[in-house]
Design a protein. Structure first.
Length: 212
């Protein structure tokens, strides 16, 4: 497998954790977002959206981190599963994963931040306020969900990591990078700390990736 990756990409970070949890060996090909390699023809051939990650598995070139993670579960059922087996469990895990991946992450993406600064003239301070605002909005709701649910355990759903935790850890990394006040989120912090006890999560850390 080849993961087209960028060290700081939180969407790629999710897939790195998934591959590590599943103990699947993979080659990493860095695609630098800073150097604009994600919008060069070579990468657009892999992903017309101009996003990382993309995962090549044999002849298949796969995009969208959540779709890739679910593909890995489906294609390799003998590996550690990232989704619960039951329908309610699956829906709850997807809801938490999508809260982060669809509702927080896209508005704080690099292209969005560049637009704010270059087109709308936002200052660094305004950019940080924007970034923190959308994390607080999402994390306020996620914290409430985790506090209210009887399925919350050591991880977002039960006592083994799922797709929701794969999304949570990179988003907490971003929140810390932008100096969000995480003391508001005891469940999120506790679960993040639990995840970071496992090598599958720590090995996926941005600072340890090629090109970091
Ligand atoms: N929904 C996509 C999002 C992918 C994504 O946003 N990737 C970011 C890095 S985390 C990217 O390539 N950004 C390039 C840009 O914003 O120009 C997924 O989950 O794979």
């Amino acid at each position: 497998m080849i993961l087209f990756d960028y060290c700081r990409s939180s969407a790629a970070y999710r897939v790195r954790i998934a591959l590590n949890l599943k103990q699947m060996p993979y080659e990493q090909v860095p695609v630098s977002l800073l150097a604009g390699e994600h919008v060069a023809a070579e990468h657009l051939g892999r992903n017309p959206q101009g996003f990382v990650p993309a995962l090549q598995d044999g002849k298949a070139m796969l995009t969208q981190s959540l779709a890739i993670c679910e593909y890995l579960d489906d294609a390799y059922p003998q590996t550690q599963q990232l989704m619960p087996a039951d329908a309610v469990g699956k829906a709850k895990v997807r809801a938490m994963a999508q809260l982060i991946a669809c509702d927080i992450h896209p508005v704080n993406n690099l292209r969005m931040l560049k637009y704010l600064v270059a087109e709308l003239g936002a200052s660094d301070e305004q950019k940080t306020t924007w970034y923190q605002h959308w994390i607080y909005k999402g994390f306020d709701a996620l914290e409430q969900m985790l506090a209210d649910s009887d399925t919350t355990g050591d991880f977002c759903y039960g006592d083994q990591p799922t797709l929701a935790d794969l999304c949570l850890v990179p988003q907490v990394f971003n929140a810390n990078r932008f100096k969000c006040d995480m003391s508001r989120y005891p469940n999120i912090v506790r679960i993040n700390d639990n995840c970071l006890k496992a090598k599958a999560f720590t090995d996926a850390h941005p600072d340890l990736q090629p090109g970091a």
